[in-house]
Ligand binder design. Structure first.
Ligand SMILES: [Zn+2]
Length: 441
């Protein structure tokens, strides 16, 4: 049946091509198949006309038909003939309402890990575009690109337990992390516009000052009101050579009753308490970092990344150039379905940093890790827009968390084991990029 349908469409495609004078021989197809089979199929039967896009363990081949029966027998393939006027549209979102939405008039060819790929005609595409927001972006599907890598994880051959980095990472104090997180949740809300939010900033300032950091607040405006980012700093012993790194996360929260009840345990008490935990780890290690290290808690993230945008705006050209790495922690505490998994997110110019982070994850953490090269919707984005190397660490199940921006985002949903492993990866990265970077004494 499938083949009759195909040849029928191919004829139609030829007719259209003939009428429009285009050089297309057959109708275009979109094929969705396991990534591994996809690469093999292109190598074996590709004509050079088709394009591929990898989303984790799935590949989408588009722009031509290289379907062949042998490949199909070994690999399940979903095929979609492209109707006249249809284009492939990619939705990248952190918003479950978008990820659960239906898109009238469009055909969904893939959904997973915060991505939706749709075949859409002009009207449907316009409706999809209208869903764009600070947390949802809509793009054409890029060709010959890995948008999201397949998951990898360490094993007994890659785990390291007895080197200098392991010694550092093992000092992570999870008990205090959990009690810090609990204290943040106990503010009831950290919605940027209400008083408890500023109280939580002052509270974190006291904690960081107690550790011995130089700490200050930096005011920015958002619409008619203002809020404060919190910055803690330790100067590097050789900033000239090793520059600065930053460990950041947003402290504010939201919900449907944001003024009175937005506990934000996962989003983003987990990341904010994580920033504090990494600051504490550094102090308790007794090590003097070679690079300057800044720990920053942003406000106004939930209204559109106001705090991080304001921060980046104040960075001079020199400061951007000396900032070698920014580690953004946002939602590191929810993992309902085994195995533990994490996604890191950055831009493709920052591949070397991702490769290093992946290696560190395989050595010092125990989870599967994937990288998305389509960054959006959190505080790493303003840095990346200025070509400052930044990565977001986020739970893979962000697209599947029923408590997102709900009053149910409480301590009960926190998976401490995921927090621990994500913090171990970032602790190792902080060590390698900031504490003792290559070439430091
Ligand atoms: Zn968040």
């Amino acid at each position: 049946m499938k083949f009759f349908a195909r040849s029928g469409f191919a004829k139609l495609g030829m007719a259209v091509a003939f009428m429009t004078g285009g050089a297309v021989f057959a109708g275009d197809w979109v094929q969705v198949l396991p990534a591994k089979s996809g690469y093999e199929l292109i190598k074996k039967s590709g004509t050079g006309r088709e394009k591929y896009t990898q989303f984790g363990e799935t590949m989408i081949i588009h722009g031509g038909e290289i379907f062949n029966d042998a490949a199909n027998k070994s690999a399940p393939t979903d095929s979609y003939p492209v109707r006249p006027g249809e284009k492939l549209v990619m939705v990248t979102s952190k918003d479950p309402a978008i990820l659960d939405a239906t898109f009238p008039g469009a055909r969904e060819v893939f959904k997973g890990n915060g991505f939706i790929v749709l075949l859409a005609g002009e009207t449907a595409a316009m409706n999809i575009n209208a869903k764009s927001s600070d947390f949802t972006r809509v793009d054409p599907v890029p060709g010959n690109t890995v948008v999201l890598t397949a998951p990898v994880r360490g094993d007994k051959d890659t785990f390291k337990t007895d080197d200098e980095i392991a010694g550092f990472v093992n000092k992570l104090d999870m008990k205090t992390f959990m009690s810090d997180l609990n204290d943040l949740v106990n503010f009831k809300t950290r919605y940027t516009y209400v008083a408890p939010a500023q109280q939580s900033v002052d509270h974190c300032q006291k904690i960081l000052e107690g550790m011995g950091y130089k700490v200050w607040q930096s005011q920015f405006s958002m619409g008619g009101s203002s809020a404060n980012n919190l910055i803690a700093e330790i100067k590097g012993t050789d900033e000239e050579k090793h520059g600065q790194i930053m460990v950041v996360g947003h402290l504010d929260s939201t919900s449907r009753q944001p003024k009175t009840n937005a506990p934000g345990a996962d989003d983003n008490g987990s990341g904010a308490a994580g920033v504090i935990a990494l600051a504490r780890l550094l102090k308790e290690s007794g090590l003097k970092p070679a690079a300057t290290i800044r720990f920053v808690l942003f406000m106004g993230e939930e209204q559109g990344l106001y705090g991080s945008k304001a921060y980046v705006k104040t960075m001079s050209g020199d400061e951007k150039a000396k900032t070698r790495a920014v580690f953004n922690l946002d939602m590191i505490g929810f993992d309902a379905v085994a195995p533990l998994s994490v996604m890191i997110e950055t831009s493709s110019f920052n591949k070397p940093m991702v490769e290093k982070m992946t290696e560190l994850a395989k050595s010092y953490a125990d989870f599967s890790i994937q990288t998305s090269y389509n960054p959006y919707g959190s505080d790493h984005a303003p840095f990346l827009n200025q070509k400052v190397p930044a990565v977001l660490t986020i739970q893979s199940e962000f697209d599947n968390n029923p408590n997102y921006h709900q009053v149910t985002d409480t301590m009960e949903i926190i998976n401490e084991d995921l927090c621990r492993n994500i913090l171990r990866m970032n602790a190792a990265a902080m060590f390698v990029y900031g504490v003792k970077p290559e070439g430091s004494r």
